[in-house]
Design a protein around this ligand. Structure first.
Ligand code: UDP
Ligand code: MG
Length: 317
């Protein structure tokens, strides 16, 4: 099979017929052998009935129905487990993305041998204040933190080589960061392609502005996990030990000067606890110990879950 089109959706009944017709048309015109996976992420409208009918009409159409709304990432994950096409293209269901982009995205993977091609909504039709501006800031922060050079991480329209979607573990809200997950897994041939975009014709956006805060926290997590996930002691142990040593020697110095005061100069009035350094030293020692223990616990957890492989093999001879 050449192509799998994956469409996560939540209450998008108005767009499904048109979306299906356009995907179907473009795949047939380009003589692709294809499948379409609609993932109903807990819709309460008639979306699922429409998908059921489409799948009866056309054996290329498949559906997955969630028992409730789990989120776009889990919807993509469920479909990624099933897809069989050599190229996998994800697309939002709201018709903001154009199915007519499929052939060019497909060729970027098959002919130009990219691992991942992300859509780039260069000319964007969303609200400037709530989406376009924050999104610019968000994307430039993401480029700097992740080292992945994309202008539009969150674009729903993306194409992947099949191995990519089978290797990345999309959960939580990580759908925004699949290019970063892919890069971390060693798929470095990542590019972008300007794509057409239009205002949402029906319904409303399913994500609010909290997406930027969540997305940013997830990015920090990803950065940290990719750097220290396999060796937490190298981070926590190092920071913890430094803090402890600093605290310990501060306390030592305080105690030593106190002893000198008492036995050498016979000065008794200076209480160690009156010196602000005393509190700094104590805090440093306690925090240092806690960080060290956190690193140790992290290592123990990794040891317990050794069955869980955290590497990805590209080839075996
Ligand atoms: N979506 C989903 N589960 C959710 C939220 C959204 O499957 O919990 C789908 C939604 O139906 C759409 C796509 O994800 O097909 C993108 O959502 P939306 O258009 O609301 O996002 P925006 O365009 O505002 O980024
Ligand atoms: Mg949308």
């Amino acid at each position: 099979m050449n192509l799998s089109v994956v469409v996560p959706l939540l209450n998008e009944e108005e767009s499904l017929h048109e979306l299906y017709a356009r995907i179907n048309k473009v795949c047939q015109e380009n003589q692709l052998s294809y499948e379409i996976w609609f993932v109903d992420d807990g819709s309460t409208d008639s979306s699922w009935q429409i998908i059921e009918n489409l799948s009866k009409e056309n054996h290329h159409v498949h559906g997955i129905k969630f028992s409730r709304n789990y989120g776009k990432s889990q919807a993509l994950h469920a479909a990624f487990e099933k897809v069989q096409g050599d190229v996998v293209i994800t697309m939002d269901a709201d018709l903001q993305d154009f199915p007519e982009e499929i052939p060019e995205l497909y060729n970027k993977i098959v002919v130009e041998k990219y691992d991942l091609v992300s859509g780039w909504k260069k000319k964007r039709f969303d609200n400037v204040m709530t989406k376009n501006l924050p999104s610019k800031l968000f994307n430039s922060a993401a480029r700097n933190l992740s080292g992945v050079e994309l202008h539009d991480f969150n674009c729903g329209l993306k194409a992947y080589r099949k191995q990519v979607v089978k290797s990345v573990d999309v959960y939580g809200d990580l759908h925004r960061w699949i290019p970063v997950l892919a890069a971390n897994a060693g798929f470095k041939k990542i590019t972008e392609k300007p794509v057409q975009h239009q205002a949402r014709p029906y319904g409303t956006s399913k994500f609010g502005t909290e997406r930027f805060i969540r997305g940013f926290l997830d990015l920090i997590t990803l950065w940290f996990v990719s750097k220290f996930g396999g060796r937490p002691m190298h981070f926590f142990g190092a920071v913890g030990t430094l803090m402890f040593i600093f605290g310990f020697f501060s306390a030592f110095w305080l105690g030593a000067t106190k002893l000198v005061d008492v036995y050498y100069y016979h000065v008794y009035g200076n209480l160690i606890a009156e010196n602000p350094w005393f509190y700094i030293a104590l805090t440093m020692m306690i925090m240092g110990t806690l960080l060290f223990v956190a690193g140790f616990l992290g290592e123990l957890i990794i040891r317990q879950s050794r069955g869980h492989k955290n590497y990805h093999i590209e080839q075996v001879l």
